[in-house]
Design a protein around this ligand. Structure first.
Ligand code: ADP
Ligand code: ASP
Ligand code: MG
Length: 423
């Protein structure tokens, strides 16, 4: 008998028929003798709908008071899901009980809309499992020290599931979703994308941090820190497929650098449309200038991603960086009103219509010329690169948003990602 955590995303929970299907699948696992904890997301579209209602009432605010209420509202999506799934499980003849995040409790910090899990008390869940119940826990949410409801950021149910699996030392955490695993890139953009049988933890971490929405980055971090066996698989296979086959399907996140693992130089391509670029032209090129620019940005709690500073000409230089698109207006205001005048910048410019496209692969460590191959493929499509950022296992470029799909397709082809790698 094993302790298994299943996570079902919004599309998998998208209708009562689908919820019934989820319940049948979970029942199959329970009847095979496993202890089951299930973490569902809100029904598809529900979180957007709920947050949209809030926005109608207060389009511009991002005050702490508003953020608290956003969490109060958004958390109800998952509350409905757990109740419905528990009912569907009971209808299958199983004993099942649902809990919200605060009932468990899943303790988080107080950063509303992007809270971090600090601890999980599993006593109640263990008692229910011991009593033979399936336990259904709301994803995406927790509670802070002052009993405020918090949420973990978009896509946060992945993190709930992996954190619960880690806290309970589950034998495996299975992330059921609307694709049958992790692909070389988003199959919605490149139909030729290929499913990976395994992906190394480091590559998955990079893919998630570079914008691949298949897993929330914090879920991958948790899996790495606590060595949670993690698999991404389809919730759309017939619920009654053979359980051993199902347990081997999808994509395994692997913690070992196996010799036999698919050893492509580049394993995947990620992209991110959520960033915006800002530039200060003609700032003095002197010690401390980067700090003078980025210090106030950090103080305003704005995260910075790619940064470039040009070579200086006549003692002046240009400085560009990217921020999350949601922070674009705030960043521009800060640069125009405060940082620009303080640094004597000649001009402040901004462009919210950019995207970041990245190639990822642990094989890049031992191969040269990978980045130049990337740049050639982009130049052959006439795509201008605005910024470049590299690390050991990834190269990212910032380009005009309108070329994103073209760039991803061209790179997918250039690195032969549609070809099966010989094991
Ligand atoms: P869920 O609601 O189950 O959490 P998400 O929409 O968050 O599902 O994540 C699944 C989606 O992630 C897929 O439908 C796919 O479009 C997208 N995706 C992005 N990158 C990848 C990738 N490399 N492999 C597979 N799917 C990807
Ligand atoms: N329902 C939340 C969202 O839409 C959490 C999740 O789906 O993982 O972001
Ligand atoms: Mg998701």
């Amino acid at each position: 008998m094993a302790l298994i955590v299943h996570k079902y995303g919004g599309t998998s929970m998208g209708s009562t028929d689908r919820i019934r299907n989820v319940a049948k699948r979970v029942a199959k696992w329970a009847r095979a003798g496993h202890q089951m904890v299930v973490v569902p997301s809100a029904m598809s579209g529900e979180t957007n709908r709920l947050l949209g209602l809030a926005k109608e009432l207060s389009p511009a605010s991002s005050s702490p008071e508003l953020m608290r209420e956003l969490d109060m509202i958004a958390a109800t999506g998952e509350q409905v899901s757990v109740g419905l799934l528990a009912i569907a499980l009971q209808a299958e003849g199983l004993e099942a009980v649902s809990y919200t995040g605060w009932q468990v409790p899943v303790q988080t910090d107080s950063s509303h809309t992007k809270a971090r899990i600090e601890s999980i008390d599993d006593a109640k869940v263990r008692a229910d499992l011991a009593a033979g119940k399936v336990v259904v826990i709301a994803g995406f949410q927790g509670v802070d020290e002052e009993q405020n409801i918090t949420t973990l950021g978009r896509g946060g149910s992945d993190t709930s599931a992996v954190a619960i699996a880690a806290a309970m030392k589950a034998d495996e955490c299975l992330i059921y979703t609307d694709v049958d695993g992790v692909y070389t890139t988003d199959p919605r953009i490149v139909p030729e994308a290929r499913r990976l049988h395994t992906i190394s933890f480091e590559e998955m971490l990079e893919m998630a941090s570079l914008g691949s929405k298949i897993l929330q980055i914090r879920s991958v971090e948790f899996a790495g820190k606590y060595r949670v066996p993690l698999r991404v698989l389809s919730s759309f296979t017939p619920w009654d497929i053979d359980i051993t086959e199902e347990a081997k399907s999808g994509t395994l996140i692997s913690f070992e650098e196996d010799e036999k693992m698919e050893q492509a130089v580049v394993s995947g391509i990620a992209f991110n449309r959520d960033e915006a670029k800002v530039t200060l032209l003609g700032v003095p090129d002197k010690p401390g200038i980067a700090f003078q620019i980025l210090g106030p940005v950090a103080e305003a709690n704005i995260d910075i991603d790619v940064i470039i500073q040009n070579v200086s000409q006549d003692g002046k230089t240009d400085f560009s960086f990217t921020v999350h698109r949601n922070d674009y207006a705030r960043t521009m205001e800060l640069l125009q009103n405060t940082v620009g005048p303080a640094t004597n910048a000649a001009k402040v410019m901004g462009d919210p219509r950019i995207c970041k496209v990245s190639i990822v692969g642990i094989g890049m460590r031992s191969h040269v010329g990978v980045a130049s191959k990337m740049f050639r493929a982009l130049s052959e499509e006439g795509i201008n690169i605005q910024m470049i950022s590299t690390s050991e296992i990834k190269t990212s470029v910032v380009i005009d948003e309108k070329y994103m799909e073209l760039a991803v397709r061209a790179l997918h082809k250039a690195f032969d990602l549609d070809q099966e790698v010989a094991a």
